[in-house]
Design a protein around this ligand. Structure first.
Ligand code: ZN
Length: 159
């Protein structure tokens, strides 16, 4: 947290207003609301990233169940609609075109059953990964870590 006006980090907590933490800057003496300027950057494996709770993966925040469809699924549905409209015969799984079904209620919404199933798979994978990592010795773990970082950096170049 830094001062909105002079960028100083010498701040004093100054009560709350409208549910937001207030701060008083010890350098320029101005007051301002917290939250809005809480973006801090941290160095994470050599990469500067925004600090947020999800940087630390825990079992609780690993997977957030949501009914809102993912981008790739929405695109597939749009593609299916386009093919259908233009009478193009391309095999696409019917769950992308016939609603509702076991996966989609509509283009934007997964069924509760699907969300639950997806969440369970997600947690199963998480537990499996942790089980694997906990069996590695220090060198083995560092090797996995290095390979993960390489993979992540490479993906960043593509985005
Ligand atoms: Zn200041």
């Amino acid at each position: 947290m830094i001062c909105k006006y002079c960028k100083s980090s010498h701040l004093h907590k100054d009560g709350r207003r409208n549910g937001l933490q207030r701060y008083r800057c010890l350098d320029c003496n101005k007051r301002f609301d917290g939250e809005i300027y809480t973006t801090t950057f941290i160095e994470h494996f050599g990469i500067k990233i925004k600090e947020k709770p999800t940087n630390k993966i825990t079992r609780d925040n690993y997977c957030t169940p949501t009914n809102k469809t993912e981008y790739d699924d929405r695109k597939m549905i749009e593609l299916a609609e386009y093919y259908k409209k233009n009478n193009i015969k391309v095999p696409i799984p019917s769950y992308y075109s016939d609603f509702p079904n076991e996966i989609f209620i509509d283009k934007n919404t997964y069924t509760d059953t699907w969300v639950r199933k997806h969440y369970e798979e997600c947690m199963y994978n998480y537990d499996l990964n942790i089980k694997y990592f906990s069996k590695l010795d220090r060198d083995g773990f560092n090797k996995e870590l290095d390979s993960f970082i390489e993979k992540t950096r490479w993906n960043r170049l593509l985005i």
